[in-house]
Design a protein around this ligand. Structure first.
Ligand SMILES: CSC[C@H]1O[C@@H](n2cnc3c(O)ncnc32)[C@H](O)[C@@H]1O
Ligand SMILES: [Zn+2]
Length: 437
């Protein structure tokens, strides 16, 4: 008998291992925050003595989802500027609002609200791209989640810093503060090719190499961006980034619509990752990321929601469904992005893009116990021929029941354990009153 901390019995284990195995009536054992065994339920009781046993009959467990692109605190701007194209949305609404409202306090409170929403959607790790990353980091740690915090750099003054160099210096200070932290990675987040000149991008490239960290950037969000940038600089944005030396396996390109075959070739050659945000792209009518083409070319495509001001939720379950549907429509191929690969996009592909796949992204012995459970026992999930199909095509976030990070339970039968839901809701209402006033 091996003593373990937690033993979870589940009707299905969606492993997202290399073979995409789905195990029926198996148990997963956790010790010191890591997965130490996955065995048939019939063997579990005789093999393990557990301090806590969790019976998830009728539920599937899967790796905690990895939301690879967002702006967490922007959840406080949810629904503030809808039904607009990207540049109108940004220039006339979002940037002015950020000029007025973004602060250390706003980022902290917004990030906590976003973390609570993401936990209740089954997300355990997220990537953030926002000002005051130190404020975000404090709330990520409080929530018990993992996060990649990409601090922004942009050519114009923001509420956080006046110059590109000041953005970089302040971000690097936070990076040094969180060096070696088990739940926080601080990376570079230059905003976009149209808002970043060469000098800061070159400095970012050099520093990213020095600190051996990643760079995440909005790239090719719209056809208009590609056309304007190509006219202005005589080069397509992807090629410019390649020639500046930014593209590498540590580069995370967000959006990636309007791609030529040469753009795709540049991504393949450099090993950069693509962060696909289908719902934001649809809502802002930004364009279409050719997911099927990219995957066939060997590019790692991960999934993100983008901020709640352009989505308008942080729900990775619905993002998977949209991605799976859209990939088929865009490629005129119903076989594109099947359910198992949509789940991989929301888990292991995200972990790979964030260089965290040695620890998370799949349920396998040796990985950290970052786990989400989803109920498949109600009427709307019957009958069950293939649980992965139901998770992608026929489930909603209310079915997410339990979430663990490092074996610590953050959601217990839909109740948050680390965050105070009532206090978060009250606080969000206070922000609404202030912003509206
Ligand atoms: C440098 S990241 C912070 C910056 O990005 C803005 N933003 C949010 N969503 C998008 C998007 O989809 N495309 C471009 N820029 C976006 C956000 O408001 C911050 O100013
Ligand atoms: Zn974004």
């Amino acid at each position: 008998m091996q003593t373990v901390d937690t033993l979870i019995h589940a009707s299905w284990i969606i492993t997202v291992n290399a073979d995409r195995d789905v195990l029926t009536d198996h148990s997963l054992a956790i010790k010191d925050g890591a997965i130490v065994a996955i065995v048939p339920q019939s063997e579990a009781s005789s093999s393990f003595q557990a301090n806590e046993t969790v019976d998830l009959n009728g539920q599937a467990i899967m790796p905690g989802m990895v939301n690879t692109h967002g702006h967490a605190a922007m959840v406080l701007f949810r629904g503030m500027a809808d039904d607009l194209a990207l540049q109108t949305w940004l220039n006339d609404h979002i940037w002015p609002a950020e000029g007025t409202w973004v602060s250390h306090e706003m980022v902290g409170d917004g990030t906590e609200l976003a973390a609570a929403e993401m936990i209740r959607c089954g997300t355990t790790t997220f990537s953030d791209n926002y000002f005051f990353p130190d404020a975000a980091a404090e709330r990520v740690v409080k929530a018990g989640m993992r996060a990649q915090l990409c601090f922004p750099t942009i050519d114009f003054p923001t509420a956080w810093a006046k110059t590109p160099d000041e953005h970089i210096d302040q971000g690097v200070a936070v990076m040094e503060q969180y060096k070696g932290h088990s739940h926080i990675k601080v990376n570079f987040g230059p905003h976009a090719p149209y808002s970043c000149s060469d000098e800061p991008l070159i400095r970012i490239k050099e520093l990213a190499e020095k600190y051996d960290v990643g760079i995440q950037m909005h790239v090719h969000e719209t056809q208009g961006e590609v056309d304007d940038e190509t006219t202005r600089r005589g080069q397509r944005p992807v090629r410019r980034l390649k020639e500046l030396g930014l593209l590498s396996p540590k580069f995370q390109a967000v959006h990636m619509t309007a791609l030529s075959d040469e753009d795709i070739q540049d991504i393949v050659e450099t090993g950069a990752h693509v962060m696909h945000c289908p719902e934001s792209n649809l809502k802002l009518a930004s364009g279409f990321c050719p997911v099927d083409k990219l995957q066939k070319a060997g590019v790692n495509v991960a999934l993100g929601t983008d901020g709640a001001a352009s989505n308008n939720d942080l729900d990775m379950l619905s993002e998977m469904r949209t991605a799976a549907m859209l990939a088929k429509a865009v490629s005129s191929n119903a076989v594109a992005l099947p359910a198992a690969e949509a789940i991989a996009m929301a888990t292991i592909n995200g972990a790979k893009a964030l260089s965290w796949d040695d620890q998370i992204g799949s349920l396998e012995v040796g990985k950290r116990a970052d786990i989400t459970s989803i109920a498949l026992d109600d009427l709307e999930s019957q009958p069950i021929f293939e649980p992965m199909s139901h998770i992608v095509y026929a489930s909603s976030r209310d079915q997410i029941k339990n979430v663990w990070v490092d074996g610590k339970q953050l959601l217990k039968d839909r109740e948050l354990t680390t965050l105070d839901k009532a206090a978060i809701v009250a606080n969000a209402k206070q922000w609404q009153a202030k912003i509206r006033g």
